[in-house]
Design a protein around this ligand. Sequence first.
Ligand code: HEM
Length: 287
Amino acid sequence: MGILKPITEWATSPWGQKVPIHIAWFLIWVAALAGLLFLIVHAIYIRYFAKAEEFADSVSPTPVVVLPKRIPRHSLAARVFHWIMAASMFTLLFTAFLPKTGLQFDWITYHWIAGSILTLSILFHIIHASFWLDFWAIWPDKADLVDAWKRVRRFMGRPAQPPRRFAKYPLENKLYHGAIIMTGLTAIATGVFMMSRVRTLFFPRNPYLFTDMTWGLLYVLHGLAGVGLIALVMVHIYFAVRPEKLDITKSMIFGSMRREFYLSHYDPQRWPLEIQRPESTRADREA
Ligand code: HEM
């Protein structure tokens, strides 16, 4: 319990036991500042120090002419999921933390409703990604690790070949997705239990499900995942609005990206396309 002391608030239970009740709310500012610091340091690095991107010329011999002008990236179902998840995530963050920073309103109802929508949308996403999407596309593979090592060496000025072009998701995105899985699932798993402390549509209220100590630890875990998500969401939005990433962001709205962007950043062998549509290709060439 020692490490929890400085980052949690404690109370005395009716039985005289000291129990944690939730995280200490100053962690909201710690997370927001950590997110802000990351983006400032990253923006300065990219503006003043980073060298131009360089890739090993491992591009497959796929002739440009067989590719359509717009490369499909996210299906309609994947985009609808993404934006429902984003809306529920924002609602959860604002309803959770605004009251703690002084803006009082009846937040719990909005919060558990948004939490239920997030939970259902994540269930949908897991099933959709397992059976309809390429499940392994978002997990680091051997090529990512080999290339990461080359990139670290080059960053430190040591000799190394340039890395290959990316698969559909670069290693950074895969690691980010992993961090979101851990924080998101923790918030969801604890939040589902916490719903039995408040009146919801789903099950009768039962605050005696766990001991005070277990409830306290659940609240602390929920809060830690929550503040972690403040920093993660800030970083995500920062990358989404960076000029060199706008093609990717737009593809989450419109579903596809420019052929030139695809060819300059991605390796068609690592992100193979399912499109071989001669009619649209001809139309594109004539356009
Ligand atoms: C972005 C994700 C989330 C964040 C940032 C977040 C944050 C928070 C915070 C800070 C609290 C106050 C806890 C306290 O007073 O110690 C809270 C309470 C609560 N959360 Fe979440 N939460 C998230 C996701 C969820 C989800 C997915 C659910 C449901 C499935 C949920 C259900 C609840 C409930 C029912 C409470 C009220 C508990 C009570 O007051 O007794 N939360 N949340």
